[in-house]
Design a protein around this ligand. Structure first.
Ligand SMILES: [Ca+2]
Ligand SMILES: [Ca+2]
Length: 191
């Protein structure tokens, strides 16, 4: 019994930090505009859904999470697949493929990679053309938006909008950039 109280005092900061283990963040686009109505899901490391919420004023918060585990954040947003897509985007991707006007940034490359296979090719152009001409009504894997973690965490696969991380304790911030797949000139409506 004599040793119990110091032991509890020793544990107290750990218990306190476990209770305050939160993950929160902001979703914005490349222009810095906060983006509403993004569905943010929290999954355990086996991929089982723990909880899901929609962003409020571009922000999500998961509170009171047990520390010392791996988690997955999965992001999604609804809306029409054609949002922001036109022949101008088609031309920009085509010019990249034939080497006239290569796309510069990683964000642009990932935006042009419509089927999400990790490279920009004629296949991506075919999907975009078929969508614009209403030959297809959805992009491959119904993947209309892509997300990039501000802290550089890579997605779990090139196609995935899910990101794994280890929660050590305390509160962490995970902000994400959202971009419409295929929208190279960035004229999609976000909100
Ligand atoms: Ca591709
Ligand atoms: Ca566009």
């Amino acid at each position: 019994m004599k040793n119990t109280i110091p032991f509890i005092l020793l544990l107290f900061p750990i218990l306190l930090s476990a209770q305050n283990t939160n993950v929160s963040g902001m979703i914005s686009n490349a222009q810095g505009t906060i983006v509403q109505s993004v569905e943010v899901s929290l999954l355990d490391e086996q991929g089982q859904l723990i909880t899901t919420q929609m962003t409020t004023n571009g922000r999500y918060t998961f509170e009171g999470l047990p520390a010392g585990y791996n988690y997955i954040i999965r992001l999604n947003k609804g809306g029409t697949p054609l949002n922001g897509l036109s022949t101008l985007d088609f031309v920009m991707i085509a010019r990249h493929i034939i080497g006239i006007d290569p796309l510069g940034s990683e964000l642009q490359i990932r935006t042009a990679d419509i089927d999400g296979n990790g490279q920009v090719s004629v296949v991506d152009l075919v999907y975009l053309r078929h969508l614009i001409l209403s030959i297809i009504s959805e992009l491959p894997n119904q993947r209309n938006w892509l997300f990039i973690a501000e802290d550089g965490t890579p997605p779990n696969s090139p196609q995935a909008n899910s990101f794994s991380f280890y929660l050590q304790g305390g509160s962490i911030t995970k902000n994400f950039l959202i971009q419409k797949v295929g929208d190279l000139n960035d004229n999609a409506v976000y909100n």
